[in-house]
Design a protein around this ligand. Sequence first.
Ligand SMILES: [Zn+2]
Length: 422
Amino acid sequence: MSAGEPGGSPPATTRDPRAGGAEGSANSPQPGRFELDACDGATAARASRLATRSGELLLPAFFPVATRGAVKLLTSAQVRSQLVQGLLVNAFHLHLRPGEEVVEALGGLHRFMDWPGPLVTDSGGFQVFSLAELRRVTDDGVVFASPIDGSPLELTPERVIEIQRRLGADIVVSLDECVQYPAPRETVEAAARRTLAWNRRSREEWLRGGSRESGQLLFGVLQGGTVRELRLRSLSELAEMELPGYAIGGVSVGEGPALAREVLSYTLEAAPRDRPRYVMGVGPPEDLLDFIAMGADMFDCVLPTRNARSACAFTRSGRLRLRNAAHARSEEPIEALCDCPACRTVSRGYLRHLFVAGEATAGALVTMHNLRFFSRLLAESREAIVRGRFSEFRKSFLEQYLAGENRAGRMPARRGPEGADR
Ligand SMILES: [Zn+2]
């Protein structure tokens, strides 16, 4: 596994972020190759590139969630045209239905869902622990009742790697035990210990079963709740496994924004510099910018798509509630400077009408806008890091964004456990 050398002074990239996610070509770098293009002077933010067998990811990057193989309401082509680089798909859901053997028979996940760019599958740990009933966790794995028909199912670390191998994503994640907050210290400690052991077994299966040979990248998962020494001890053991990347789990599980920042701050500081760091299940624009400043490279969250379906559009001046009567006669687009299909073609007044009338097209249009908002936010962050002005960019973005949020009043249930489709 060749990781880029973080030392020296790597040249600043001038690539167009739109190039990310292109299909691999004959001279593509080896999957797993990770290179730092620029490190911010004032924060720990970094601009980097990760090669996958479906093209290079320009990091930091945000992955919208295609829970069951589709970003809700959109075709893959519509998602791609919002300059989304990669998607997260839930292996757990595809395992339940239609089953990894069906996806494999239909040519693998990329072909199945018409997505040529990078795909991540998560292990299903989060879904099992947040969704499934009647579960029993042992050191061997987890036994639970299928949420579809109640039949008993078992997932072991090895089985989860096999499922993801057959699905065919570019980045796969170890099975972990995710504990909600708050939980007793012994519970958090046992879950962190078990997760470490499961990471080891996942790695063995990844090596033995042909996943690594095929270019699939395994990301280990870190747990440890909000207990500093537990996180750091787990991280140092995990780093010894020399995996292609590290995912930080158990954040945004009910602990609140302040504690999440504290945990990520010391975790990211101690994480290996020469590997990508993936913060799972996050999140709001202010969290993304703060975590990028701490050195995070990758994110996924249902926030842009779920908010869109409930008539909430992200803008530079905070979120816009499109059901509000104030928009009834508005000729304005969601955002004048946005190049998405919604902003180029329709008014707030029209979108409000569609939402009030219950037309699904409204959700589709706002989903495209929100995906474009997130892809632009990440591309601009990367550009700012490369140009050595990330702090200014973050400050000016947050001033305008949070002022708008405060004017509008915070939406309830901004974060916290989100159930099945993270
Ligand atoms: Zn737009």
